[in-house]
Design a protein around this ligand. Structure first.
Ligand code: SF4
Length: 458
């Protein structure tokens, strides 16, 4: 068992029995569930919208190279510059070079999971560039030296009281400050940063290959300010974010809003296609898109699993997942958590180290049912398991255990051979670690299930 796997088991065990955590998540997910139910009512045929979105994403993924070239061509023609990055180091270096060349000392940044993936904020801070998260949730994450808990709602694990405490400790705000008071304080603090920043960094929800545009959707307006106030705008995003045309946004923007937060449409939806033109009054004078691979091509090579590249990062699969709701976002030890994280992380960060995430699922299929782009997540988890076996990654003990299990389960007489006491002993001996110390083993049964069945049915 790798160290990462062992940590995952210890952390899950701890989190699953943390009743405060469970109550906070249940409350926040409960609110989300209500909103989504309402949001979905705007569709007369949601199944059709999902099918269309899945088809469009599928076509893009199958022809990704062509779409990327198309995006670069159009974006460059609009006056922007595309910077290609194979991995984390190349991506960080590309951003740093732009900032250093322009003597940037202060960066405002909007929420982006890809920048989390490459650890950009810490990296820039270490290189002497002040980098401020401007999304309220991410700002709180930054203030508390935390990590985002969820791909859409980074502080889902925090209650209003927790947040008030953070602002009390950091800025001396009253301990019982309301969310409105905290928001007003943050707005004033950040406004000054927006005015002074020499560069803004954002992610992208979609990249439109047909027009070379970047589509960004958000609820606070901090994304618009990050991309339009400073003289330099850098977009950091993954190569899979492509959609073919602007017309596709009417489908994707709405599906993302509905499944991400339960809104009919997100408050701010921006589309930018390059730096300010000569006759334009505002906007940045330089614009870059850093396009990151960082393992995505490995996923593309796996034909059944490549569908996962169609993910629009709405977070719906996390919210419905019984495993995520119990063990929480941080336990996955990956920027992408929940079912989609369990599918893509082993490809992005290594099957050997992260294959256990694909096993951490009950395969109930709730994630697949929730996904707005019809990614068959529970099937993908099985595909990953299959791949890890094909690659010979399970340990000698796991292989031996599965072989024995298969043999015993294939014949009734093998199953009934050891008594209940011996079965319990064997379970404790061989699976004690995964079973954990808190669960009760079943008491010794007076009769086997087979015997009871015979008595009642034969
Ligand atoms: S896999 Fe589907 S449900 Fe999960 S985040 Fe991506 S788009 Fe949303």
């Amino acid at each position: 068992m790798t160290q990462i796997h062992a940590k995952f088991l210890t952390d899950s065990e701890k989190k699953a029995f943390d009743t405060d955590h469970r109550a906070t998540i249940a409350y926040n997910v409960g609110r989300y569930d209500e909103a989504v139910l309402h949001g979905k009512m705007q569709y007369s045929n949601l199944a059709l919208a999902r099918k269309r979105a899945a088809m469009r994403k599928h076509r893009v993924i199958e022809n990704l190279e062509d779409h990327l070239k198309d995006f670069e061509y159009h974006f460059t023609r609009n006056g922007g510059k595309v910077l290609w990055a194979q991995d984390v180091d190349e991506a960080r270096k590309a951003v740093l070079e732009v900032l250093e060349k322009n003597y940037v000392r202060l960066v405002v940044k909007s929420k982006s999971m890809v920048t989390e993936e490459i650890g950009l904020t810490d990296f820039l801070e270490k290189n002497g560039i002040e980098t401020i998260e401007t999304d309220l949730g991410e700002y709180i994450v930054q203030l508390s030296n935390d990590k985002p808990y969820h791909i859409v709602t980074p502080i889902m694990h925090r209650s209003a009281r927790d947040v008030a405490k953070i602002f009390h400790e950091k800025f001396g705000l009253p301990e019982n400050s309301t969310p409105e008071e905290i928001t007003a304080f943050v707005r004033t603090t950040l406004r000054e940063k927006f005015q002074k920043a020499q560069a803004g960094i954002t992610g992208a929800n979609f990249l439109v290959s047909g027009s070379g545009s970047v589509a960004l959707t958000e609820n606070e307006g901090n994304g618009i300010l990050s991309m339009s106030m400073p003289p330099i705008h850098i977009v950091v995003t993954g190569i899979e974010k492509i959609i073919p045309s602007i017309e596709d946004l009417d489908l994707f923007w709405l599906l993302l809003a509905t499944h991400g937060t339960g809104q009919q449409v997100t408050v701010y939806n921006s589309l930018v296609s390059g730096p300010r033109k000569r006759d334009e009054a505002d906007g940045p004078t330089q614009m870059y898109v850093v396009l990151i691979d960082n393992g995505r091509h490995k996923l593309l090579e796996q034909i059944p699993q490549r569908r996962a590249l169609g993910c629009i990062r709405c977070g719906a699969c996390l919210n419905v997942c019984p495993v995520y709701r119990n063990i929480g976002g941080h336990t996955y030890n990956s920027v992408y958590s929940g079912p989609i994280g369990a599918v893509i992380t082993p490809h992005l960060r290594g099957m050997e180290e992260y294959k256990h995430l694909s096993y951490a699922s009950s395969l109930c299929g709730m994630c697949t049912e929730a996904c707005p782009v019809n990614i068959d997540l529970h099937q993908q988890l099985l595909q990953n398991r299959n791949l890890s076996v094909t690659q010979g990654l399970p340990s000698k003990w796991e292989r031996w255990g599965m072989k024995t299990f298969k043999k015993v389960m294939s014949k009734r007489k093998w199953m009934d051979m050891p008594g209940a006491g011996l079965k319990n002993f064997g379970m404790r001996l061989f699976f004690g670690k995964s079973w954990g110390p808190r669960r009760e083993m079943p008491k010794v049964a007076p009769k086997s299930f087979g015997d009871m069945w015979k008595e009642n049915h034969l």
